[in-house]
Design a protein around this ligand. Structure first.
Ligand SMILES: C[S@@+](CC[C@H](N)C(=O)[O-])C[C@H]1O[C@@H](n2cnc3c(N)ncnc32)[C@H](O)[C@@H]1O
Length: 286
């Protein structure tokens, strides 16, 4: 695919990403994030990155690759990576995980907090935040006294755009359609009926810390976590990276802690022996 793009008044430049430059970009992505970009996705690369070439006034992918390979242009490399991540998500995605949490986990968390313990949860690969706010709102709905307990939910991602959206915590009203009615009322408590967008109320936001974390770099996390959600992240990685991520998450899980993974993901076989499958793609550490 080629794009005819005016870079400056009067300039028309045809842009294509040939296989050499595609491979260079895919290789940076694999090295820095673990994400595999299968061959043949040249047009996806063009459509996601063209805005950066325009902004930098760079007129070819060959020049762009040299630019992002230069260590001095770290921020532009991060922007490239952010644009190449797939951030698809929605509130209460794979809702059965939130049902399991409400029915089988929240009482355990209350017990821990009840004797003065700290409770920690983690949405790992949180994208624009819908997952972590679904988690926080479920907790708050079933446990209104949570505000008095030592409970924190960590939300991490690699995409700078997704992290900015998660921090802002503002969503179009239509996005809340997938939220169960009772919990939706909680999310809407500060919104007026005429608002097209809804900002998550303070009571929900206060439970959440949004941070950058790349699974391919050292993890600055301090476990143990009682609940970890890492869903629809590892599907984009090869087996070696998947094993690295799931083993790392398992190591941070508290005894009897719960790990939720995506509907089409599976744990490496070594790890399967150390957890019990308690529900659909839901595991408890033994
Ligand atoms: C498809 S979204 C999943 C969002 C959410 N967990 C859900 O299931 O709805 C995958 C997320 O993983 C993030 N991601 C990809 N590679 C990553 C890495 N190496 N470290 C941390 N996050 C990564 C992406 O930026 C993206 O936001």
């Amino acid at each position: 695919m080629t794009f005819s793009t005016p870079f400056y008044p009067g300039a028309e430049v045809a842009l294509a990403c040939d296989d050499v430059n595609f491979c260079a970009i895919a290789s940076i992505l694999r090295q820095e994030t673990g994400i595999i970009l299968p061959p043949g996705n040249n047009s996806l690369v063009v459509s996601r990155l063209i805005k950066h070439l325009r902004k930098l006034k760079i007129s070819s992918f060959r020049e762009y690759v040299s630019w992002v390979e230069d260590p001095a242009n770290e921020l532009d490399r991060a922007k490239m990576i952010s644009s190449l991540t797939t951030n698809t998500t929605h509130f209460f995605r794979e809702e059965y995980h939130f049902d399991y949490l409400a029915e089988h986990v929240i009482n355990d968390l209350k017990r821990i907090a009840g004797v003065g313990g700290r409770v920690r949860l983690w949405s790992a690969g949180c994208s624009s935040g819908e997952e972590v706010y679904s988690l926080a709102a479920t907790l708050l709905y079933h446990w209104p006294e949570i505000v008095l307990a030592d409970v924190r939910i960590l939300a991490t991602d690699i995409s700078i755009d997704a992290l900015a959206a998660a921090k802002e915590a503002r969503y179009s009203r239509e996005k809340l359609a997938s939220v169960p009615a009772a919990i939706r009322s909680l999310m809407l408590q500060d919104a007026s009926p005429s608002d097209d967008t809804v900002t998550m109320p303070d009571a929900i936001r206060k439970l959440v810390s949004v941070r950058y974390l790349n699974f391919m770099e050292p993890w600055p996390t301090k476990g143990p976590f009682h609940v970890i959600m890492c869903r629809n992240v590892a599907i984009y990685m090869d087996d070696v990276v998947q094993e690295h991520i799931f083993t790392g998450l398992f190591d941070q899980l508290a005894p009897e802690g719960v790990l939720f993974i995506g509907h089409s993901e599976r744990l490496p076989s070594e790890l399967s022996k150390k957890v019990v499958l308690v529900d659909r793609t839901t595991f408890r550490r033994v």
